[in-house]
Design a binder for this molecule. Sequence first.
Ligand code: UTP
Length: 294
Amino acid sequence: MRDIRKAVLPVAGWGTRFLPATKAMPKEMLPIIDKPIIQFIVEALVNVGIENLIFVTGRHKKAIENHFDHNVELEEHLKKAGKEKLLKEVVYIANMINPIYVRQKEQLGLGHAVLMAEPAVSQEPFIVALGDIIIDNEEEELSRMLKLFRKFGNSIIALMEVPWEEVSKYGIAKVRELDEETYIIEDLVEKPSPEEAPSNLAIVGRYAFTPSIFEKLKITKPGKGGEIQLTDAMKMLLEEEAIYAYKVKNPVYDTGTPLGYLKTVITFALRREDINGELKEFIKERIGLIGDVR
Ligand code: UTP
């Protein structure tokens, strides 16, 4: 099996949990302070040597294409205004990757979105990374995934421990432990109740797949929510190929809901030395006010 050189980023979802903000703009372009969410995973992929990125886009997703391209007028303006640092940054973003954009014409689910990338991926192993998830030290986690792929030559999924009462929000894995940080997947269950859940290890949104996943996606019937689920295709793949997993060590941020997004923004803002001083004061003052009202 060859090395992984490509990654698929499905960004065609409706983002209904974020409407109306996502009516004309993908949720992956919402900013964490001043950087669009999607740029975090793109930078991490580039830093681990994966520059062939395939975005599965839908209508109204032009903002992503424009973001990873030159904006000649803006570059001219920054040059004239002597804003060298900003100029360097926008040019860097435009040159960062070799993107391919594929259209998912109907939003039939994550599994269907991944299948749309098949002609661009071809018969190669590849990564799938959800654009609305941010992970601290993502490079470390991606490197672990690539290392496991090299070791086993099989599909790998990243898992994270979630509170038992929240298992029904995730795809959950039944696993057998191989060593302290590696598992072999025995089964996958999409959004189980805490009683049904075989573990509290949830699928994070980072996967490495052998190309056989495409054959399974082609025969996957619509599942939960009427969508073609990636998890269902992985279950079929399990019947023929082992799938390995590892537990992420770093915090995971799901920006796909307004609350998850706000928590991410606050976490990242509190780390930023240029703004965290005043921000902490502001938050203290606000909390004080809320305290007074109650
Ligand atoms: P989500 O489950 O977050 O769905 O998809 P969504 O449609 O984006 O958001 P909500 O649930 O309506 O609020 C997980 C990932 O799969 C992509 C999304 O863009 C997201 O990155 N996706 C989902 C597609 O590309 N196509 C689809 O048909 C569905």
